[in-house]
Structure formats: structure tokens, C-alpha cells
Design a binder for this molecule. Structure first.
Ligand SMILES: [Mg+2]
Length: 209
């Protein structure tokens, strides 16, 4: 992945979240406080502006991952800002201080990113959170035959991520605000899982083919 592709990934994510803002708010209204789409759109809008700044010679994959993380941490409200933001900042250390990394490093970055989200959110697969998309997606990527190019694996993962997100509908929430609803949280897709699937969609748009 190049630094340009990493930057495009977040611009794509900002667009996709904005297009789905109302739907994400609706999903959050059903089991939370109705602001997931609005919050993420606001924070990612700030990340989008980073892409318009004049090229910075000191910027590399590591510093950009930190910068995007800090921006999301300080602008996205609710749990999502802390999860996306701190995940990106910690995972940044996996990236080289250069403008490009190989596929192995990229997958390790993803694993670290998701590991931090799990740790910070104290969430496991099955808790009806973004982890229900992020963890199986990274695990699938790591288990998929490595002789297949990453871009081919990402194409397949795009569909799988949607499937993982829809799977949260049948789960009872055990973390976050939705958990207060108990069994009444069943029957609604988790908004964080839905937005996470959009991220995998963008990863395929930028790197896949
Ligand atoms: Mg909310």
C-alpha cells in the first residue's frame, strides 16, 4: 500500500459514510442514541480535509495513520471516535516510516488496528459491535491462501464484510449503549458493524481489482 492509497482509503470511507449517514443514524436510533452516522461523517469530514493540505515531506505511512487517528479521536463523538482513533494511532507503529509497505505489513497493521479496538472496547466477536465485522474479516484475510494476490482476496472480503454486518441483526448486544436494551436489541443491525463493512468496501475500491 502506498501513502496515496492510504489517503484515498479514508477519503473513500468519508464519502461512503456520508452517503449512508441517515441509514447509520436510523440503525443507531433503533438501539442507541441515533448519532452514529452524524458523528462519523463529522470526523471523517475533517480527515478528508487532510487530503487537501499541501504535500508534507515528513508524512509517511506511520505519521499519516497517527494523524488520521488523532483527527478521528478528537472529532468523532461517542465510543466510535475512541475506537477508530486509538486503534489507528497504536497500529501506526506497525507501518514503516516510508511512503509504501508490503502486503504482509498491511495485514499486520490491520490485525493490530482491530486488536486495539477489541482491547479498548473490551468487545469480543458475538457482542454485536464493530468487532463482529472487523475481527472475522482480518482473520479471514490471514487464513486465505497467501499465494492469491491481496487484491483478489479483498474483492471477496467486500461481500463477506456485508454478510458479517447483517449477521449482527440476530445478536443480543453485550457491549455499549445497545446492551441496556437486553433482548430488545435483537432484530437490528449494529450501526458500528454496518459502517465497518463500508470500510472494507473502500479497502477493496482502493487496493482491489
Ligand atoms: Mg450513538
Amino acid at each position: 500500500m502506498t501513502i496515496e492509497q492510504f489517503s484515498l482509503l479514508w477519503q473513500c470511507f468519508a464519502q461512503r459514510v456520508r452517503q449512508n449517514q441517515e441509514h447509520l443514524d436510523d440503525l443507531d436510533r433503533a438501539i442507541g442514541d441515533g448519532d452514529h452516522g452524524t458523528n462519523l461523517t463529522r470526523g471523517l469530514g475533517k480527515v478528508e480535509i487532510l487530503g487537501n493540505e499541501p504535500p508534507d515531506p515528513h508524512l509517511n505511512l506511520q505519521t499519516l495513520s497517527k494523524k488520521v487517528g488523532m483527527t478521528l479521536l478528537s472529532t468523532v463523538g461517542g465510543a466510535s471516535g475512541a475506537l477508530w482513533g486509538s486503534g489507528l494511532m497504536k497500529a501506526a507503529l506497525v507501518f514503516p516510516m516510508s511512503s509504501e509497505c508490503d502486503d504482509r505489513t498491511l495485514v499486520l497493521w490491520m490485525d493490530t488496528f482491530v486488536g486495539n479496538i477489541e482491547e479498548r472496547g473490551k468487545a469480543h466477536v458475538g457482542d454485536k459491535t464493530m468487532v463482529d465485522v472487523m475481527r472475522p474479516a482480518v482473520n479471514w484475510l490471514q487464513a486465505a491462501p497467501q499465494d492469491r494476490p491481496l487484491r483478489a482476496r479483498l474483492r471477496e472480503l467486500r461481500e463477506l464484510a456485508q454478510h458479517y454486518a447483517q449477521g449482527t441483526k440476530d445478536l443480543q448486544a453485550r457491549r455499549g449503549r445497545a446492551s441496556y436494551l437486553g433482548a430488545r436489541s435483537i432484530g437490528h443491525v449494529d450501526p458500528g458493524a454496518f459502517s465497518s463493512a463500508l470500510w472494507w468496501d473502500c479497502l477493496d475500491s482502493v487496493l482491489g481489482g
